[in-house]
Design a protein around this ligand. Structure first.
Ligand SMILES: C[S@@+](CC[C@H](N)C(=O)[O-])C[C@H]1O[C@@H](n2cnc3c(N)ncnc32)[C@H](O)[C@@H]1O
Length: 231
């Protein structure tokens, strides 16, 4: 539990199978990687990717304590995934993509490393409905991880632009006025004025999508060649 800083449980929702290769984007203390490693078994592999030395050290210590051999923690950024194209069956991520300043790049990278037919299964913070820009900016100062959240429809759109299909965004917890009070209190802001404005607009969600299968990818490539996609 101490190793978890997430906002959901993507390993429970991702339906991992024995023998699969899983990649956790922003693996932190490694809890979701270790849970995934158990689910994919000794014939599978679980990678964690994180950019912070402290978190990698904690994750490797947790791996040692768990005695997990089918696990590897990689140093790097989720915007530049240090793995080959078409090498991963499932990408999971727990409360990290909302932190990235370049979500399009993260989703393009996720698409690149997934095998055809591979699954994307992330827990993330998303927003619903209009949020005044000034309020969003202020939220960045008060609670950084919430302010970077995408609107649920923009998330769907970005996944589609990256090439994904079967896209779904399912709320797992909608933050209400009292949650907002909890986040904002002690931050030097007028909680009574702000809390009602953010009521019901921020939520933890399970975001799922699929990379099209081999046939669909081949058809798309044939359709694009030789010049119409501007490559
Ligand atoms: C909120 S914590 C979540 C950790 C973990 N997923 C969990 O559920 O406990 C965010 C983690 O993502 C990492 N992180 C944030 N932005 C990143 C990026 N652009 N590339 C790689 N790691 C990143 C941080 O170092 C941190 O370990």
């Amino acid at each position: 539990m101490l190793a978890s800083l997430g906002c959901g449980n993507p390993t429970a929702l991702a339906e991992l199978r024995q023998g699969e290769t899983v990649l956790d984007l922003g693996s932190g203390g490694g809890i979701d990687v270790l849970l995934s490693a158990r689910r994919v078994g000794p014939s599978g592999k679980a990678y964690g990717l994180d950019m912070t030395d402290d978190m990698l050290a904690l994750a490797r210590e947790n791996q040692r304590k768990a005695g997990a051999n089918n696990v590897e923690f990689l140093k790097g950024e989720i915007e530049h995934i240090p793995l080959l194209d078409n090498s991963v069956d499932v990408i999971i991520s727990n409360c990290v993509i909302n932190l990235s300043a370049d979500k399009d790049r993260v989703l393009r990278e996720a698409f690149r490393v997934l095998k055809p037919g591979g699954r994307f299964a992330a827990s993330d913070v998303v927003t619903r409905g209009a949020i005044p820009e000034a309020l969003r900016r202020d939220m960045l100062l008060w609670v950084g991880c919430i302010a970077g959240a995408l609107d649920e429809n923009d998330y769907r759109l970005k996944l589609a632009v990256a090439g994904f299909e079967a896209i779904g965004v399912e709320p797992t917890r909608v933050y209400k006025v009292n949650d907002a009070r909890e986040f904002l209190s002690g931050k030097g802001v007028d909680v009574d004025a702000i809390a009602p404005l953010v009521d019901g607009k921020f939520m933890s969600a399970f975001v799922r999508a699929k990379k099209p299968g081999q046939n669909a990818m081949e058809k798309a490539a044939a359709f694009c060649e030789p010049t119409c996609c501007g490559a």
